[in-house]
Design a protein around this ligand. Structure first.
Ligand SMILES: C[S@@+](CC[C@H](N)C(=O)[O-])C[C@H]1O[C@@H](n2cnc3c(N)ncnc32)[C@H](O)[C@@H]1O
Ligand SMILES: *[C@@H]1O[C@H](CO)[C@@H](O)[C@H](O)[C@H]1NC(C)=O
Ligand SMILES: *[C@@H]1O[C@H](CO)[C@@H](O)[C@H](O)[C@H]1NC(C)=O
Ligand SMILES: *[C@@H]1O[C@H](CO)[C@@H](O)[C@H](O)[C@H]1NC(C)=O
Ligand SMILES: *[C@@H]1O[C@H](CO)[C@@H](O)[C@H](O)[C@H]1NC(C)=O
Length: 652
């Protein structure tokens, strides 16, 4: 099993290791932060560290363990899988995983400098427990190999020497095609950036099915970061690459630039709060008296855990982005437009009307049809021209057909008239358009309003609510249309109506409507939620208090699924980033914000003046279509393709 090392055994046995990270991990394990009965065999003298240090090593251990377990889980069905630990030092992962019987069909390769490796081999050799974890019948050692056991190969090579590493790994039996986890826990930062960049590139090049897991420092220049840098400078182990890759976004781009297909990078606050279950956090937080919150949060913000993947299988092993993130994918259909209206006509059929596209002209009326090859876009020739129409509504009626209402051509020209359209997709796609001549008291023409199906005494109505016109900054009135009788109807409404608004959302909900957000008369975004509930006499408005209150926004879209209201995209003021999705539980009146992971969208996704529909696929999914806008004098942006949003994390 042991090569070259035995003759030095005496010396190394006495010496043990002083590697402070190992001593600290042993301390954290002794205090119950995590279980590792093997690590203590690598230290000469156990020391008890302060609670802050224990927590810091706990979160590091937990992050790496999380990724390793995830990798072993998703490769569980693979005939062979490998862990390649770069700069493994005195890491005990092999022994721990072996004892947990987690290494079926897996081999752990460790690389470190020859002198470190030699010491580690000697330590293992001299320790009955560690030695007992090796397989008795072994291939013989070759070259820089210091331990060669069935599932454990310890190699002494400088990681910077690519060809030597490649040769040593091949000789030690690494299968370049097998799924491989490459682990670098505070290692690459100790070499000059050109070397660490090279490691990131050659691993991507040589291992087509792999997951790179890296843990190290970021944010070198803020006060904490400067103390951190000085500390390592004094230890003669300068931290490299920090200035070039100072934050999680830069680290992500680094991996994507160097041949990795996908990458997720979280700082340790995000990891801790996002991926350590609340119960587990409660457990570790009660282990020792602790009140150094400032230091703990700052420490966590200066370290990250990163996963980068190559190959489809490995995508599943990426740190599932902080809960709170929904992934977005493009739909391979080119379709753009601002201020269009959409409605789902029947399963797999979305009708899009109006809007403006490049060149300023309104796009033709189109449909998105779902078929065996996914979505395709088909233009339709309406029997009557619907005209240039922005910020209007298209609402499917429960009994079939679509009502197209309102909108404007220019801000001085609202569009009058109401159309009932029916989509015929039997042979060619045709749109039958009929003007509706309605009796009763019609609303003043408007745009940026909503038109929503409600039900009153068993009959279907549409309610037009809010919007704006030439003279009013925002409208707060509501009108009921009975589409069957083509009549604007009065229905008694009790309670106080939500304030006047436009560019809000209004979704059908339990026979009534749920209204969210919009811009008020003063031009400020709203974040309120109001319900219009059916009553015996008519309807009644009720304001619902949602906790925590969602950040006010407008120009979003919204959908109800069961008891949940999902508000998507829009524009908000004063907040970082752009709105993603807020999920409001209408029963518990609680809200959760999700951000959108748009890393797979190659162009900027701008979610305003867009439309959205729930798809009828098995997984809950939203289809977002069109959107964008003028970016001041910098140019007009159009989202180039529809995208889908995977709603699973929001629906639980
Ligand atoms: C801070 S220790 C981390 C050890 C281990 N990954 C852990 O987290 O417990 C850094 C390790 O990287 C190793 N290392 C640094 N540069 C290396 C290089 N160029 N080639 C191989 N090992 C290297 C060091 O010898 C040391 O064992
Ligand atoms: C371990 O640390 C002690 C105290 O700092 C020092 O005296 C000793 O030389 C160190 N041993 C090794 C092997 O580094
Ligand atoms: C760092 O290196 C310098 C110069 O080689 C040496 O004088 C100093 O003792 C070293 N410091 C440590 C902590 O090893
Ligand atoms: C705008 O809407 C309000 C409220 O419905 C109405 O009173 C007003 O006449 C409208 N203005 C125009 C120019 O139509
Ligand atoms: C919403 O609240 C209800 C009632 O408490 C609960 O059963 C349901 O699980 C909640 N839904 C979500 C997604 O949190």
């Amino acid at each position: 099993i042991f090569c070259n090392a035995s003759k030095h055994q005496g010396k190394f046995l006495v010496q043990g290791t002083n590697d402070s990270s190992v001593v600290s991990k042993v301390s954290a394990a002794a205090q119950g932060y995590f279980q590792d009965v093997f690590l203590q065999h690598f230290v000469c003298k156990a020391a008890r560290r302060a609670p802050l240090i224990n927590r810091g090593y706990y979160v590091r251990w937990r992050a790496v363990d999380h990724c390793v377990r995830r990798f072993l889980h998703i490769t569980d069905n693979c005939p062979k899988r490998q862990i390649l630990s770069l700069g493994a030092g005195f890491d005990s992962a092999y022994f721990r995983l072996r004892a947990d019987e987690a290494l079926d069909r897996a081999v752990v390769f460790e690389i470190d400098f020859p002198d470190v490796t030699r010491r580690k081999a000697a330590l293992i050799n001299s320790d009955n427990t560690l030695r007992g974890m090796l397989d008795p019948h072994l291939p013989s050692c070759t070259g820089p190999e210091y331990v060669s056991s069935g599932r454990y190969r310890l190699l002494g090579v400088d990681v910077r020497e690519e060809s030597q590493v490649e040769e040593a790994l091949s000789a030690a039996g690494l299968d370049w095609a097998a799924p491989t986890l490459i682990l670098s826990e505070v290692v690459l930062t100790y070499m000059e950036t050109k070397w660490s960049d090279a490691v990131i590139s050659w691993t991507a090049k040589l291992l087509p099915q792999s997951l790179f897991v890296m843990y190290e420092q970021i944010h070198p220049l803020d006060p904490f970061g400067r103390i951190m840098q000085d500390h390592f400078l004094k230890l003669n182990s300068t931290l490299h690459a920090l200035l070039q890759y100072p934050d999680t976004a830069a680290q992500r781009n680094r991996f994507l630039d160097k041949g990795w297909e996908q990458c997720v990078c979280l700082d340790m606050n995000d990891f801790y709060f996002g991926l350590v279950p609340e119960e587990e956090r409660g457990r570790v937080e009660s282990l020792e008296p602790f009140d150094e919150y400032e230091e703990w949060h700052q420490k966590c913000s200066h370290y990250f855990i990163l996963t980068a993947s190559r190959g489809a299988l490995m995508t599943q092993a990426l740190l599932s982005q902080a809960p709170g993130t929904l992934s977005v994918r493009t739909v391979p259909v080119s379709m753009e437009g601002l201020g269009m209206a959409s409605t789902s006509v029947s399963p797999g059929q979305v009708l899009l009307t109006g809007g403006s596209s490049r060149g300023g002209r309104g796009p033709a009326t189109r449909t998105l049809l779902w078929g065996q090859k996914g979505w395709r876009s088909v233009s339709v020739e309406p029997s009557v021209d619907l005209g240039v129409r922005l910020h209007h509504t298209a609402t499917s009626l429960p009994g079939g057909g679509v009502v197209v209402y309102g909108g404007r051509s220019s801000p001085l020209n609202p569009i009058r008239g109401l159309f009932r359209v029916t989509l015929d997709t039997r042979d060619t796609v045709k749109l039958c358009v009929e003007q509706m001549d309605c009796t009763g008291e019609p609303p003043a023409p408007r745009w940026r309003h909503t038109t929503t199906a409600v039900s009153h005494k068993g009959k279907d109505f549409l309610i037009v609510f809010g919007g704006k016109n030439e003279s009013e900054a925002a409208l707060g009135d509501g009108y009921f249309l009975c589409p069957d009788q083509q009549h604007w109807t009065e229905i008694p409404v009790e309670g106080s109506a939500p304030v006047a608004r436009h560019t809000h959302s209004a979704c059908s909900y339990q026979g009534g409507v749920v209204v969210f957000g919009g811009l008020d008369r003063r031009g400020l975004p709203l974040g309120d939620t109001a319900l219009l509930r059916p009553t015996d006499r008519g309807f009644s408005w009720e304001r619902i208090e949602v906790q925590p209150p969602p950040v006010p926004r407008y120009s979003h879209s919204a959908h109800v699924i069961g008891e949940k209201l999902l508000v998507v995209g829009g524009v908000w003021l004063h907040s970082d980033g752009v709105p993603g999705v807020v999920m409001i539980n209408l029963t518990t009146r609680s809200s959760v914000e999700f951000s959108l992971d748009t890393t797979s969208v190659p162009w900027p996704l701008m979610l305003h003046s867009f439309c959205s529909e729930l798809t009828d696929s098995e997984e809950p999914e939203l289809l977002l279509i069109g959107g964008g806008g003028n970016c001041f004098s910098f140019g007009t942006h159009f989202n180039l393709q529809p995208v889908t949003v995977d709603l699973r994390p929001a629906l639980g």
